[in-house]
Design a protein around this ligand. Sequence first.
Ligand code: B12
Ligand code: SF4
Length: 305
Amino acid sequence: MNVLLLSMPDSFEHMPPVAIRMPNGALASLAGNVDDHHKVAVADLVLAQSNTRQTVERLVHDLEPDVVGLSVMTFQRATAFKIARLVRDLRPGARIVVGGYDPSLAPGAYEPCPDVEFIVRGEGERTFCELLRALETSSPFHAIAGLSYRSATGFVANADRPIARLASDPPRLPNRGARVLGGYTLLGRSVDVVETSRGCTYDCSFCSIIEMRGRNFHPYPIERVLADIADARRRGEGTPRGMGWEATACYGGLLVVILAARRLFIGPEEGGLFTLFGVAALWTAYRKSQVRRGQKEFWLRQRGR
Ligand code: B12
Ligand code: SF4
């Protein structure tokens, strides 16, 4: 089957696309874990913010997807509905699946969007793989854990899928080769993401992670992390050198500029803030020197710690 996986174009607050255009690691992970005979394409629409409609039209036209998957965070829900509608208009026979934080945490919110037929709740690799098998063989959906599927009376929610045991039974590596758009950058440098663990043992009030998967922590085996880094490097989207610390460095520099501007235009800052910026500047200089000495760093995508 032809499968098109889309992340939403919306960015928010401290993630303006001029500074950060990250690949969605979840979609590459899903692409790497479906059966090999499927033709999967991943498109991060944050790379097409200014021409989202045209990009979706082109992708649907060129790739003729049988299944379209949308990865959605809460603040992206309205966009997801619009994109689902657009896909439905362009390709009425495509089966539309949503996954990610918003559909997992608020599946009921998708009842009024008739274009969405399936919700993958929680971790998606296995559920999505089994859904594709069921669609391909016209099998029933009721035995697929973690799936909600639309019936005449609304969504039917199957049992939850247990959390993946990453140490003993990790998903296969992400398929970065499935990406069909390019230009991922962090502060002007190419970037990629590598997953080291899932879950968290904390419970910050603003964070959805405990609600999403419970309070737990699962690291990948280190060999798997190294293989993933090697794959990211081979694919060439990210240059695994100094990336994480460049971010620190640039933020530090930015803070100093903001401080200077505020002192000039607003007046002296309080001592605490001044100290904070001073520490940031020192940290910046320290990390910059390490990067210059060739220290290799990555933007590690880690759920929790
Ligand atoms: C790493 C991370 C980032 C990285 C993203 C790296 C990347 N692009 O991959 C960066 C720093 C860029 C980032 C940015 C933001 N993030 Co963030 N981020 C996380 C973090 C720590 C891990 C997410 C992750 O990669 N998990 C690993 C992957 C494999 O798991 P997953 O994403 O859950 O995907 C699985 C399932 O959800 C499902 N799935 C997901 N999509 C789909 C789609 C389909 C079709 C299917 C079938 C399944 C499916 O299957 C996947 C594989 O198992 C989480 C918090 C946490 N501890 O988990 C917050 C989190 C996801 N971020 C969040 C937010 C709010 C943001 C920002 C909006 C912050 C901001 N203020 O700007 C921006 C949005 C940027 C953007 N436009 O996408 C929220 C989302 C909350 C919500 N309810 O929607 C979280 C949950 C933190 C929180 N505060 O609660 N983030
Ligand atoms: S993932 Fe980060 S923000 Fe969320 S509960 Fe854990 S420590 Fe807090």
